[in-house]
Structure formats: C-alpha cells, structure tokens
Design a protein around this ligand. Structure first.
Ligand code: DON
Length: 564
C-alpha cells in the first residue's frame, strides 16, 4: 500500500500494514487498544505508537500529523478542529477547541460583492483562511496528556512526506473535482505538488512532499511556536500577503486553543460527552435527543418512515435554533441552558405532528444551515490504559482554500466560509444565516464538528465522530440511536442508511442507492420532500463490549480500523 515510507526505526510502513490487523472500511475486534481513521496509512502510524507504549494522546498527535501528509483533503497543519479526551486516571472528560479564528483585519462584509451577493473569495485562495489552530491545539493536548516526545510523534509523518506515499483513487478524483470546480491548480505552489504536468497526481504514483517534510521536521525540533512565530509563520504571512490575503503575523502569534467544559447530554441512562460552542454539534445532538426523548422510537421501529420522520422533525427544529442563536461564545451570549432545557424540548415536541411534516417556514423567519460540504476527518483511538481520543479536524472543503503556503508545503483552510459571509443575503445554497455568526476580528466561526464519547455506568461505552458538514451531528446521532435505541451492533449501526434534515431546504436528504425506495415512498407520504445525496458522513467509531474494543471504519469510504 505504501512505497518507501521510511520510519526512524527503519521498518517500512508496508510491513506495518502487513503485520497489523488493518482492514479498509471494516471492523476489527481488539483486546487491548484500537483505532479507526480515514486512512490505512494513518491507522498504521497510530497503531505503531500504541503498540510501542504510547497512549491515546500520543497516537492522536501522530495520526493527525500523518493525516496532514497522506490525506491532504482534510488532514492538516493549516486547519483546525476539536478533541474530546477521556483521561482514564482521573476518569474525566476534557474537550479542546482548536477552531480557527477570523484575522484581525477581517470585517463582516469582506466577502460581500457590490450587488450584495457573497463572493467566492471565502472559499478559494488566500483570503479564505482563518487563523489555523491545529498545531497549537495538538501541542496543548500533548502537553497535558502525552507521554512520548513531540519529536518522535511527528517523525513518521515527516518521513512519509519526504519519501512519498502512493496516491489512491480518492485523492486523484478529489483533486480533479476541485480543479474543475474551483481551479485550485491556479496557485503555483499547489500545482507544483499536486498537479504534475497540469494533471491531478495519478493514482498509483508516489507523491513526495519535500517542503512539507521540512516544515514537519522544523515543527518537530522547534515546537509549535515555529508555526506561529518562527520560520513557518514567516512563510505563511509572506505567502498569504503576496497572494492578496489579510492574515497577519500578529494573528498567528496571538492564536490560542481553548479548553472548554464539555456538553453533557443524558439520554436513557447514557452520558454523551461532546463539544460546546463554537461547535454546534453538541448542541444539535443534545437538542434532538431532548425532543426525541418524548417519543416511543422503539415502537416506531428501526429504519421506518415514522422513526425517520420523528428524527427529521426534531433535527429541523434544532437547526432553527442553531442558526438563530449559536456563535462564538466569546462574542455572543448563547442562551444555552434555555435552549437545552426540557421546557424548550417540550415546546418543540408539541409542534411536531407525528403524521405530517411541518414546513420550516411556518416555524421560523427564513434562516438555515451554513454552506458546508466536501471534507473533514474524524478518528477515534483507545489505548491499553483506557484513555480515549475522539477528534475531528478539517480544512473545511477538500484541500481547504486550495492555496498551499509557498515553500511550506501545506494547504490553508477556507474556514471563513463557515461564517455568515453576506449578512441578510442567501448564500450559495440560497440560505440565510444569522447575525450571531457574522464575521468579527478574532472570532471563531460556528462549526458542525461533533466528536463524541458516550459513557454508561461511569465507563466509556462508545466513541465516534464523522465528516459531513451540517450532517455531522445528525450522522453521529443516528449511529448513537441505532446502538442505544435499536440495539444494533456497531458495524450495522454505522452501515445503516442515513438521513438528514437541517431545517432548510424543506427536504430530507437520503443516500443515493442506499435508502430503499419503499421507505422513501413512505417518507414522502408523511409530507416530506426527499433529495438524493452522495454517501453522508464517514464515521470512525469504537465500542467497548464484553472486555473487547470493536473498531469500525465506515464502509462508505476508504478508511481503516486497527487494533490488537
Ligand atoms: O466546521 C465545520 O462544520 C465545517 N467546516 C466542516 C466541513 C465538513 O465537515 C466537510 N465534510 N465533509
């Protein structure tokens, strides 16, 4: 699977792959430690760390840096994310927010064109990037929970970048898509690495990333400050300025990740720990479960029109609240307690007709979910000592802004597009977002990323998360319901067809060729519009069961579970 991926110990990654229990898009049952990530090579790196006595945090750091090399669509140095971590020693759950922030020079109307519509600059090129949070995020998490040296954990990624890895079909295809849709090959720094001869790197070819290797080696030796105040910072700022962007040295220097109190949702005897704002994920999971707790889902049945209708109606209402109230908690007062109260859930529940869809426009002033699609990546890791890392990270769209920092070899995010880019105006999906998520200097844009750890009787039970933009919280939620309410095994819970409702558009999204036609007909009968979509999400999950760890990589994509 990999060619010439040298490791410090001199063992090739191909050997790791052969020796480990790695199965792309499948299930592994492990006795001691396990993980699931979006890339077989990254899973292999994480497994190596775990087998050699590293803990879940060490593996999370190594996997994150490896994903930045072998999964450049979403793995990153130039993006951000969220970590939910269970520390076995203190038996406590921690959450770290390393979401990007708007640069100081950003303004609420920076993407508004003279005719009032949003420009494409929030998506592509050097003006699309928020201040990256990943490197200081990983360093903060490593400092608190890591046991192996920072340098040793970055080494596998640096080595793969220097010696090259084999491009897979997915990477070639997605480079091609972003070339035709957003011309990301317009940036010479991007074209030089990912579009040899003007074409997307070909599946089967070996992709070497020398600049990225040097950047990783520098960060390994000098620590995270190289990225925020040193040579890498200089390259970021100079590269961005030369390409017309606004991110300044001071923005990088001042960036800080934030440890936050987790959102804790109680549901049927389980405790669900996940991210607080600026993620909307925890809020949506909590709000939907609160609303659903008043319905008899078991009686409705697994994958029935009634069950999907109730989930969709609960989601529709949660997304209305999301878009009206959520923003960066540092800048917006979010009535969180009220929104997640049983009174609020009861009010929303009373407005649900069990037999009929409620048009969103009758419940709200038009407002809707933000323009999120494409790519993000989640991984779940459990070590022998019982520590757990559940982490979701993203550049926003595939390859973020498409802009590679010249001479540093990594993509910058296009997370600015998660803000309300044109206040009061429909975005490119014809939707209008609220003012609580307007651009302000230093502000974090609302996210849908939802890394989760579910506890039962004070012990870890389930670990999961997904990619999928606004469908992340509903994806995570369906897997939780499939296990907890419908009694499905984890592989079946992950494989089951997914549905998604986000308020507007007035439709339930379903997975093309996965949802059975009779079920769709029954859903339509309840008054729902339905719309086909590509596979929804990419779940990487672990379940603790009878002394074993069941690790599942979503069969929809090319990730891999591993364990021993
Ligand atoms: O933070 C967010 O919610 C988005 N930037 C995530 C984008 C995403 O999940 C795309 N994935 N498939």
């Amino acid at each position: 699977m990999m060619r010439g991926a040298g490791f410090p110990c001199g063992v090739t990654l191909a050997l790791f792959l052969a020796a480990s229990h790695l199965h792309a898009g499948s299930t592994v049952i492990a006795k001691k430690a396990a993980l699931s990530t979006a890339s077989p090579a990254a899973t292999s790196v994480g497994l190596h760390v775990l087998r050699n006595g590293g803990n879940a945090m060490d593996a999370a750091v190594a996997v994150s840096f490896a994903l930045a090399v072998v999964h450049p669509q979403a793995g990153n140095l130039g993006g951000g994310g969220f970590l939910v971590y269970y520390d076995a020693e203190s038996k406590s759950v921690w959450t770290l927010d390393f979401r990007e922030t708007a640069p100081r020079a950003a303004t609420a109307t920076m993407y508004v064109q003279p005719d009032g519509t949003p420009s494409t600059k929030s998506r592509t090129g050097a003006r699309a990037s928020g201040v990256p949070g990943t490197v200081r995020g990983l360093a903060a998490a490593h400092k608190r929970f890591g046991s192996r040296s920072w340098k040793e954990l970055i080494a596998p990624a640096a080595s793969i970048a220097r010696e090259g890895f084999r491009v897979d079909d997915e990477l070639q295809r997605e480079l091609g898509e972003e070339k035709s849709e957003r011309c990301i090959d317009q940036f010479p720094s991007t074209a030089a690495i990912f579009f040899p001869g003007g074409k997307p790197a070909a599946a089967g070819s070996t992709l070497v990333q020398k600049d990225l290797a040097t950047t990783l080696e520098r960060i390994a030796v000098l620590g995270p400050n190289d990225f925020y105040e040193g040579e890498t910072a200089k390259r970021i700022v100079e590269g961005i300025h030369a390409a017309g962007g606004i991110l300044a040295f001071r923005d990088l220097r001042d960036y800080q990740p934030v440890w936050r109190a987790p959102v804790k949702v109680l549901f049927r005897g389980y405790e669900i720990y996940t991210m607080a704002p600026p993620s909307a994920g925890g809020f949506i999971v909590g709000s939907v479960l609160n609303i659903l707790s008043g319905f008899d889902l078991e009686a409705a049945g697994f994958q029935t029109a009634t069950a999907i209708h109730l989930q969709a109606e609960a989601s529709r209402r949660a997304y209305i609240d999301r878009n009206r109230y959520l923003g960066d908690p540092a800048m917006t007062r979010i009535p969180y307690r009220e929104l997640l109260s049983s009174e609020r859930a009861a009010q929303w529940r009373a407005s649900i007709d069990p037999q009929r869809a409620t048009p969103t426009v009758t419940l709200m002033q038009p407002a809707a979910a933000p323009p999120e699609s494409s790519h993000t990546t989640h991984f779940s890791i459990a070590d022998e000592a019982g520590n757990i890392a559940s982490m979701t990270t993203t550049l926003n769209e595939n390859f973020g802004s498409g802009f590679i920092v010249p001479g540093a070899g990594f993509f910058l995010n296009n997370e600015m597009d998660d803000f309300t880019t044109a206040p009061g105006k429909p975005n490119r999906y014809g939707m209008v977002q609220g003012s609580t998520n307007a651009i302000e200097p230093g502000k974090r844009m609302v996210s849908s990323m939802t890394p989760v750890i579910v506890m039962k009787d004070a012990r870890p039970f389930l670990v999961l998360g997904s990619r999928g933009g606004p469908a992340i919280p509903t994806t995570v939620l369906q897997v939780i319901l499939n296990v907890i309410v419908f009694g499905k095994s984890l592989p079946d819970a992950v494989a089951a067809p997914r549905f998604h409702h986000q308020g507007l558009p007035e439709e339930i999204f379903y997975e093309y060729e996965r949802a059975p036609e009779p079920l769709l007909a029954a859903i339509r009968k309840l008054g729902h519009g339905v719309r086909a979509r590509e596979p929804i999400g990419d779940v990487h999950a672990l379940q603790f069961q009878n002394g074993t760890i069941v690790a599942v990589a979503d069969p929809r994509r090319g990730g891999a579970a591993g364990g021993y």
